[in-house]
Design a protein around this ligand. Structure first.
Ligand code: FAD
Length: 295
């Protein structure tokens, strides 16, 4: 068997220098995707670059109305510490098992770019950008949809590393939910993140596992924003949204999916799942808005 080199940088600068010198080196963070690839012999890189010890990737911070989440922050830390982002917390809570959540990172979810990655619909609904860096202090930030361009396909350059994701903090309720064959340790058959941005008077909906990459539902988003506007519900959360409008919204969300039949479910089932997820998520959000108003 061929021997594999493992590079162990201690700082981000060191890691970026190593990546510049060995662009084919495969980064490994929590290893919960990489080790599966290695164990099944699907990938056999000559060099692995361990980014799990880099303090610069394991942090988060507020940045002038925005939030930066380092690529190396684990799901367990998000669940414990980032309660200000309920949708991200809910998505993180559904990832794998405690062991996977202790190791797995959002940077790894981005690096894999599976349409079923649970953090990804949340980042899409946040309108996040992905921050990349290369040696020499060169960074660039790409909107999520320009970074993830196909199933397990990103535009990261061989000499770049993911630093993290950054998004503008929006005020309003939101949630993440997914449908799978059971309640835990399950890959999504369909997933959905819905967010209200009360300041911008917009609603954002992102779908996972129902297309080649994460999808937004712009037609449904605009429809709902208009319904809320016409009903006066942006100003007064107690104004009821007609059930027919909720149903119409959910139907439009499902239409945004581009699902296929595969081992996990049929396209028809996935569309139905999107309808149910959208209806539920909207009902929760409307009820959260009312509760906040009456508190
Ligand atoms: C049993 C099991 C259950 C799982 N359940 C779920 C689930 O419910 N939901 C879900 O979304 N996922 C699940 N996964 C998949 C996996 O846990 C996630 O995708 C996780 O986010 C990967 O993070 P990681 O840090 O372990 O990534 P790694 O495996 O270390 O890396 C993943 C990819 O990202 C690249 N990468 C990592 N960090 C960087 C960086 N800083 N810069 C550039 N590239 C980088 C790697 O090279 C690799 O291509 C599961 C995996 C297992 C084994």
């Amino acid at each position: 068997m061929r021997i594999m080199d493992v590079l162990l940088p201690r700082t981000l600068d060191e890691a970026l220098e190593m990546k510049a010198a060995a662009p084919a080196a495969m980064p490994i963070a929590g290893g919960t995707d990489v080790m599966v690839e290695l164990n099944f012999d699907r990938r056999r890189p000559a060099t692995i670059l361990d980014v799990s010890r880099l303090p610069e990737l394991r942090t988060w911070r507020k940045e002038d109305g925005a939030f930066f989440l380092g690529a190396g922050v684990t799901y367990a830390r998000i669940v414990n510490d980032l309660t200000m982002f309920p949708a991200l917390m809910q998505a993180s809570r559904t990832v794998g098992s405690p062991q996977i959540r202790n190791r797995g990172t959002v940077g790894g979810n981005l690096g894999t770019a599976s349409p079923a990655g649970d953090a990804l619909p949340v980042l899409a609904a946040y309108d996040a950008e992905v921050v990349l860096a290369r040696a020499g202090g060169v960074t660039r930030a790409l909107p999520w949809h320009q970074f993830m361009v196909g199933p397990k396909k990103t535009v990261i350059a061989p000499d770049e590393l993911i630093l993290g994701a950054r998004w503008k903090i929006a005020r309003g309720p939101g949630s993440f939910s997914k449908v799978g064959t059971r309640n835990a340790m399950v890959i999504a058959v369909a997933s959905l993140c819905l967010l209200f941005d009360e300041g911008g008077r917009t609603v954002r909906v992102a779908l996972g596992s129902v297309g080649p990459t994460i999808l937004r539902a712009p037609d449904a988003e605009q429809f709902l924003a208009r319904v809320l506007h016409d009903a006066g519900a942006w100003d007064n959360p107690r104004v009821p949204v007609p059930p027919a409008a909720i149903e119409e919204f959910a139907g439009r969300v499902a239409q945004a999916g581009r699902p296929i039949d595969d081992v996990r479910g049929t396209a028809a089932y996935r569309r139905h799942a999107c309808t149910v997820l959208a209806q539920r998520a909207l009902t929760w959000a409307l009820s959260d808005r009312k509760l906040k108003e009456t508190r």
